[in-house]
Design a binder for this molecule. Structure first.
Ligand SMILES: [Zn+2]
Length: 114
């Protein structure tokens, strides 16, 4: 099982992540922390409020309609297309969130060859 500590700062720009409490589609209370105001990157972390020290999933948009999601407890990596409502599950990899461009390139290569 992959684990990631819920960060305080955006791994890409270092700004403090904006926190919100939301309800998931399963009606579970979650902590959402995101950096979504920058033009060159966006990232959202979600954690269950009863286990908020660890990330439930990370979501990174890779284009206007497409986003990548890493679900840590199940080690599931999904590509979601909101325009076509398509979801592709690709082989899991631990996202290296220390380098945004490298990560986006890796995801795009993955999509290309799957
Ligand atoms: Zn940021």
């Amino acid at each position: 099982m992959a684990l990631m500590k819920t960060p305080i700062n955006c791994p890409f720009c270092g700004d403090i992540l904006r926190s919100d409490f939301i309800t998931s589609y399963e009606n579970i209370s979650m902590l959402e922390k995101k950096c979504d105001k920058k033009l060159n990157h966006k990232i959202t972390f979600r954690a269950f409020t009863n286990n908020e020290d660890y990330v439930r999933y990370i979501c990174i948009p890779i284009s206007k309609d497409v986003e990548a999601r890493w679900y840590f407890s199940e080690e599931v990596f999904d590509i979601v297309n909101h325009k076509t409502n398509m979801l592709f599950t690709l082989p899991w990899f631990n996202p290296d969130i220390s380098n945004y461009n490298k990560l986006i390139n890796k995801i795009q290569t993955y999509i290309l060859f799957s």
